[in-house]
Write a protein that binds this ligand. Structure first.
Ligand SMILES: Nc1ncnc2c1ncn2[C@@H]1O[C@H](COP(=O)(O)OP(=O)(O)OP(=O)(O)O)[C@@H](O)[C@H]1O
Length: 324
């Protein structure tokens, strides 16, 4: 029997919604915390949100969640400012301060209280407890939870309303290695379900395996906003390292073939702008011996350090100009 063509697939579970941050400015006394912050968090993607201390990440998240009002600009979730969402937990789940708990309450009671206050079904509480792997601990007092367990409880709270948009501020904090692996998979599965996920972090390594897109911020504005793969590929710049007992001959041979090769040390040559295959072919033809040819791939950490080092220099120059 043929299936009716109108039958809906079961994998689509959430409506697609995005976060739009545009031209946010916010001043605290003499500090310009946000200075034209603009970016989008798209559905079906994990977007990393990174930057040095004081760059404006938390302030941006607070503005998106309606906890701070911007002086200028706007932040929309699914096209609406947070304060206009009728049942906010159904639209956006957030982990902002995992320590904010009533310590005498059990983990489960904390979630029950939240669910009731937002008129969410009570059965959802046990679902999210299982989802974050807290089944064994949920009936214990939250005051005795480790930071990693509090993070899981905070993520459970964020998931209560089954929201299409998730905002997690430093979710890797306090997680043990097993917890980090769990959260990476969890974030990927949220994006796989079509949710828009914004994750702030200082751990670039974690984001490289997890985020599709990264928004790097400094001094209250966006410094870079690009797919992780693109940033890493651009940083890597087709750099290949060659191990050889005859570096001078190898470099000269490669240069004669039009390649940008230079001797790095007594048994290493670095080549840019060519792939390993071409380098091996040139050397094999000329008969110069070599031991190893390795493509050098940059990490997201390299990208981040370069981008934010620029920010620090800018800050130093600016501070000097302003006589600080
Ligand atoms: N309530 C406040 N009152 C005064 N200054 C504030 C307030 N909140 C933030 N700031 C300042 O605004 C700037 C941006 O801070 P924010 O916490 O948003 O940065 P961040 O990128 O989240 O930093 P971190 O990585 O350290 O959490 C900082 O200089 C901070 O000191």
């Amino acid at each position: 029997m043929t299936q009716p063509t109108t039958e809906r697939t079961e994998t689509v579970t959430v409506t697609e919604q995005r976060i739009d941050v545009s031209g946010l400015r916010k001043r605290f006394g003499a500090t310009q915390a946000l200075d034209g912050m603009s970016f989008t968090v798209s559905p079906g993607r994990v977007t990393g949100f990174v930057g040095p201390n004081g760059a404006g990440k938390s302030t941006t998240i607070r503005v998106i969640l309606g906890l701070d009002a911007p002086d200028e600009g706007r932040a929309l979730v699914g096209g609406l400012p947070y304060r206009r969402l009728r049942r906010p937990l159904r639209h956006v789940g957030a982990l902002v301060d995992a320590a904010a708990l009533q310590p005498s309450r059990t983990g489960r009671n904390h979630l029950l209280w939240l669910a009731r206050s937002q008129r969410l079904p009570v059965r959802r509480v046990d679902e999210v407890i299982e989802l974050v792997g807290l089944t064994g601990a949920a009936r214990r007092r939250a005051g005795g939870f480790s930071l990693g367990m509090r993070q899981r409880l905070g993520i459970a709270a964020a998931m209560l309303g089954d929201p299409p948009v998730l905002i997690l501020d430093e979710p890797f904090n306090g997680m043990d290695p097993e917890g980090i692996i769990w959260i990476r998979r969890f974030l990927r599965s949220l994006a796989g379900e079509g949710r828009a996920v914004l994750v702030s972090s200082h751990l670039m390594g974690e984001l490289q395996g997890t985020a599709d897109q990264v928004v790097v911020v400094g001094r209250g504005r966006v410094v870079a906003d690009a797919p992780v793969d693109e940033l890493v590929a651009a940083e890597s710049g087709d750099r290949v390292q060659l191990r050889t007992a005859q570096p001078a001959e190898a470099a000269a041979t490669l240069q004669r073939d039009g390649l940008a090769a230079r001797v790095a040390d007594r048994n290493t040559v670095t080549v840019t702008g060519a792939d390993a295959q071409r380098i091996v072919a040139v050397l094999a033809r000329s008969g110069v011996p070599f031991a190893e040819v390795t493509s050098q791939r940059a990490t997201l950490e390299d990208v981040y350090l370069r981008l934010t080092a620029g920010e620090s220099e800018y800050r130093a120059v600016l501070d000097q100009e302003q006589g600080r």
